[in-house]
Design a protein around this ligand. Structure first.
Ligand SMILES: Cc1ncc(COP(=O)(O)O)c(C=O)c1O
Length: 364
């Protein structure tokens, strides 16, 4: 049987050691073996974000949205207002959560794929002194753009705001330094650049902030940051029954990235793969959505030639063993697709991918 090659931005193909970790014998989440593994995973998450001793991490059973919702539904007091910097689908997902919990927001106008600027953000901060939190996405996966987290982090420090960053598609793929970027709280998942399975998410936050977030102020029972923090501190456990099996896999994926391949080498591999893909796509005459200098290490958004139909092309690629991702919203109608190089993808896979792509475009 030929296994599909996933060039999609999650789920990703995992290393064998990660897959085999699922075969771990069953353990109870209220036992000391779980507690030891939980603490070990927490430490590894901190390393992923270059966090120092002032940070603490928590693991949430769920997808990336669950970690974002855990934070955003828990960290606001009644009158707190958020400055949301959004330039794509996943910025809008943050907005959906913010609106669902009726958190007052200020949202400067940025189009999808428009670079977020510190000027506009600063203007909003000056005009709205009651803003207490700035929220944004590190890697806007829907376009493949890296947002200026460093610049906005400087503003957060200057204006004394809490800085929340959705790092769901950046963790393990981009260099993230929570200390130097003044990130107070951020999220990530297992099933993207870290190379684990979907279903495990995590939060890395300044502990001084976590101490201020009570379980009572959280507006969600399951996705309650205060409750997660309280139980983790007290007993190194989670409030409810977690997806224990996936904890092993998350731990193994983090071990692989931090101790086997090395975080810097992982990022360098992703950069090398992205370059091979982008050089090849450009040589085929395909056009990119955003300038190459703004692209992440792992997602390339590219348009098909006008005569090629997206749906048929994607099906043909899948038949040929290679899965790509349709552009979201208006981009799909424009014939845009995304090629991701996350997880177990190596340079040779990228060369092969380009051959398959060329064949299928020529055939269409
Ligand atoms: C930046 C970002 N945030 C949030 C999400 C939502 O994650 P999930 O689909 O795992 O809930 C995604 C998913 O791709 C993402 O890329």
């Amino acid at each position: 049987m030929r296994l599909p090659m996933l060039f999609s931005p999650g789920p990703v193909m995992v290393e064998d050691c990660v897959r085999y970790s699922l075969l771990h014998y069953d353990i109870c989440h209220r036992g000391y073996e779980f507690e030891a593994m939980f603490q070990d995973t927490q430490q590894k998450i901190l390393k992923l974000f270059q966090a120092d001793e002032n940070y603490y991490s928590l693991i949430i059973s769920g997808s990336g949205t669950s970690a974002n919702e855990t934070c955003l539904s828990s960290m606001f007091q009644d009158k707190d207002k958020v400055l949301l910097l959004s330039n794509g689908v996943f910025g809008e997902r943050l907005e959906e959560i913010i609106d669902k919990y009726r958190i007052p927001k200020v949202k400067p106008n940025y189009d999808w794929a428009e670079m977020i600027t510190a000027d506009k953000a600063e203007e909003a901060l000056r005009e709205n002194p009651d803003i207490s939190v700035i929220a944004m996405v590190f890697h806007e996966t829907s376009t493949g753009m890296i947002n200026p987290v460093g610049e906005i982090g400087r503003l957060a420090r200057e204006y004394d705001k809490i800085f929340f960053v959705d790092c769901v598609s950046a963790a393990g793929g981009e260099f993230i330094d929570v200390v130097n970027n003044n990130i107070d709280i951020c999220t990530g998942v297992a099933g993207k650049c870290v190379g684990g399975f979907p279903g495990s998410a995590y939060v890395c936050a300044r502990e001084s902030l976590l101490r201020l977030i009570s379980a009572d102020q959280g507006k969600n029972v399951y996705l309650n940051l205060g409750k997660h923090y309280e139980i983790a501190k007290k007993s190194h456990q989670t409030p409810n029954t977690p997806n224990v099996t996936l904890f092993w896999a998350l731990n193994k994926a983090l071990e692989h990235i931090l101790e086997v391949e090395g975080l810097e080498n992982r990022i360098a591999r992703y950069q090398k793969c992205a370059k091979i893909l982008r050089d090849g796509l450009r040589d085929m005459g395909l056009k990119f959505l955003i300038p190459e200098g703004q692209m992440s290490n792992t997602v390339t958004s590219v348009f098909l030639p006008a005569n090629v139909k997206l749906k048929e092309f994607m099906a043909a690629m899948e038949d040929d063993g290679h899965v790509v991702y349709a552009g979201k919203g208006k981009y799909e109608a424009m014939g845009m697709f995304q090629v991701a190089n996350m997880g177990r993808i190596y340079p040779d896979d990228c060369w092969k991918f380009l051959e398959v792509l060329k064949r299928n475009i020529e055939k269409s």
